[in-house]
Design a protein around this ligand. Sequence first.
Ligand SMILES: Nc1ncnc2c1ncn2[C@@H]1O[C@H](COP(=O)(O)OP(=O)(O)O)[C@@H](O)[C@H]1O
Ligand SMILES: [Mg+2]
Length: 322
Amino acid sequence: MICVANQKGGVGKTTTCVNVATVLSLAGHRVAVVDLDPQGNASTGLGIDHRSLDCSVYDLLAGEASLAEVAVTTPAGLDCLPATPDLSGAEVELVDTPAREFKLAEALGEASPYDVVLVDCPPSLGLLTINALVAATDLLIPVQCEYYALEAVARLLDNADRARRSLNPTLRVAGFVLTMFDRRTRLAVQVADEVRRHFGDLVFDAVVPRSVRLSEAPSFGQPAVTLDPTARGSVAYRAVAAELAARFGLSEVPAQERDREQYRRASIAVGTQVAGRGYGVIAPEPEGIDDAWPRDAGSAPGRDRAMTGQPRTASPATGTTT
Ligand SMILES: Nc1ncnc2c1ncn2[C@@H]1O[C@H](COP(=O)(O)OP(=O)(O)O)[C@@H](O)[C@H]1O
Ligand SMILES: [Mg+2]
């Protein structure tokens, strides 16, 4: 079970969760996404309308519904344990509950029918995130290539340490995924370099570029990897999923979109009303994106600087500042 966390909001936790989960599912793994954010973005991003739900992760944490009752199967074949706004109440209600940090671990239990469970955490270090840190075997940290990225990560790692010391001694850091990278900006290049210097080969080689398709996919109620498998963000998330699978010893996940038909089948036709959504419009990717993210995935940013685990000297920032 992988907890996708970073208490900073808008760094790409949810986007990473839904896209990586979908790729792993389409590669034949049994996958679930646990939406632990009361905003429910992972649920809506996977096409689930919370108004149509009888129960949610809230009921699971409260011990009032079973895993099977809460799980909803999405078109890409993965299950989502959806969140509804009442989950925000759980954060408060849990405070006075015995074993309040273990609710998610208890609910998911050992009899989980899944090969991989990805938990999408809220942007805070409250009890919901702590439940995820306690239930998970691994922590996956999306890092937005922006100022203060490392400060947020330091605090998160501190909390992971605390969870490890007292509640979940075997919690590991599965890795860091650099998100919203735009190599035309000096800042993004510097932040990416700094993260790699600090965390060595824990940082995924694959870097997720800023991609319009990633940001508009939620309005279609589906992940970018099925909405537009050829978009740069989709290519990047397939590479992230492939690396994750390799790190976890899961059977190989093709980084290339080998079976186009499989992605097409999992896609919901554009314009279809899904969960009250389907209002999105597909715009072309913006000009200049080819510089920021060449079509040839082999030249993905960072690939040439494959990590050796050795501290590296800062490479001179290239490109222009925007
Ligand atoms: N690589 C990316 N390029 C462009 N937009 C992105 C990218 N990743 C995420 N977004 C958009 O940025 C916003 C925040 O991302 P999200 O995954 O919801 O972050 P978090 O879950 O950490 O709050 C969302 O609107 C999302 O669609
Ligand atoms: Mg989110």
